[in-house]
Design a protein around this ligand. Structure first.
Ligand code: TRP
Length: 337
């Protein structure tokens, strides 16, 4: 991979970019200064990166829903199968009338499938895609009118400040879909430690963690035959164009997704099909043909390592449910005093 690095920085990160972006308000979504700074810093780095949270604009959230329907993308289906097969035991481990806090709720379907068994006292749907989750919650209220619900548009990767109307008792953080794998192990530990603090003394965690498996299965899951995953990954450039005012031409990029066995993770990148210059207010960069923008990692843990990670973060794994055919673990973990 080529790593030529020719960034223009006409002003400190974010300063000029924000001023110009604001002048150009109709062309973008009024991205806050911290987001435009984060984006231009990432794009300007020698190894260019775009944070995976930018994958989930309105279209990105829909494309991810489509990914979950693909035969190649096993995590959602495998996890749903575990919830279905072991729902009663899972509910027994979690207990009823909890404050169910759904991290990355998206369309809220996973939590909703557990409502009849879990009977939460309150349901808090947290997602970075505020509009998407609010709409999902509005539909859910009609189906479960007796559950107190609220949507929270929040980037919980950078902090977990919950508003005062989120009940403090019996918090059950729900973190399905193996999103934990999108952090590095060190970041995952830091994130889980923050969760532990937000749990209170009687809190717990119900988490889905994808486990290491055959490379061929993982390669296909992250680069499907229809190209839905490619569309999902490439769509981030459209979102960035709107937020930052950049001029990425999507046709000049292709999706790359593969399992890096030695690193224990799937890597997602966007690769330049040809040499090009990309501009944004206050900055810009040359990309060589073949140069990549890193968009996401998805770590695949061994079960013992996943449990170890929870323990190092102040949780005790009390129950583990797995799928024998397709390694994936759903873990209930109690916050340690
Ligand atoms: N967090 C999901 C995962 O790791 C998201 C995902 C699926 C994804 N396919 C992708 C992210 C392709 C970027 C590119 O499974």
């Amino acid at each position: 991979m080529l790593t030529t690095c020719t960034t223009e920085r006409q002003a400190p990160a974010g300063v000029a970019a924000t001023a110009n972006a604001n002048a150009n308000a109709n062309a973008n979504e009024h991205a806050g200064a911290h987001l435009t700074a984060e984006l231009s810093d990432g794009l300007g780095a020698c190894q260019a990166t775009i944070s995976p949270k930018f994958l989930y604009d309105a279209l990105g959230s829909k494309l991810f829903e489509a990914i979950c329907e693909l035969p190649e993308y096993y995590p959602t289906r495998t996890e749903a199968g575990i919830f279905e097969r072991h729902g009663h035991e899972i509910a027994r481990a979690c207990g009823m009338h909890t404050t169910l806090i759904d991290l990355g709720a998206g369309n809220c379907a996973k939590a909703a499938s557990l409502f009849p068994l879990l009977r939460p006292a309150q349901y808090v749907a947290v997602d970075i895609s505020t509009e998407f989750v609010s709409e999902a919650l509005a539909r859910l209220r009609l189906r479960f009118p007796h559950i107190d619900m609220r949507a929270l548009g929040l980037d919980f990767s950078s902090g977990l400040a919950l508003p005062a109307d989120v009940r403090a008792e019996r918090r059950l953080f729900f973190y399905p879909g193996s999103s934990l794998g999108n952090f590095t192990p060190a970041e995952a530990r830091a994130f889980l430690t923050r969760l532990r603090k937000s749990c209170g003394a009687d809190g717990a965690l119900l988490i889905g963690i994808d486990l290491a498996k055959d490379k061929a299965i993982l390669d296909a899951a992250y680069d499907d035959a229809l190209g839905v995953t490619a569309a999902f990954n490439l769509n981030v450039l459209r979102h960035v164009n709107r937020l930052l005012g950049s001029d990425f031409d999507i046709r000049h990029w292709r999706h790359v997704g593969f399992y890096h066995e030695a690193a224990g993770r799937v890597e997602m990148h966007l690769e330049a099909r040809e040499a090009q210059h990309v501009r944004w207010p206050g900055g810009g960069r040359d990309f060589a043909a073949g140069e990549r923008i890193h968009t996401e990692n998805s770590y695949k843990y061994r079960q013992a390592d996943a449990i170890g990670l929870l323990e190092q973060s102040g949780f005790e794994a009390t129950r583990v449910w797995t799928d024998a055919r397709c390694p994936f673990a759903v873990i209930h973990a109690q916050a340690l005093a």
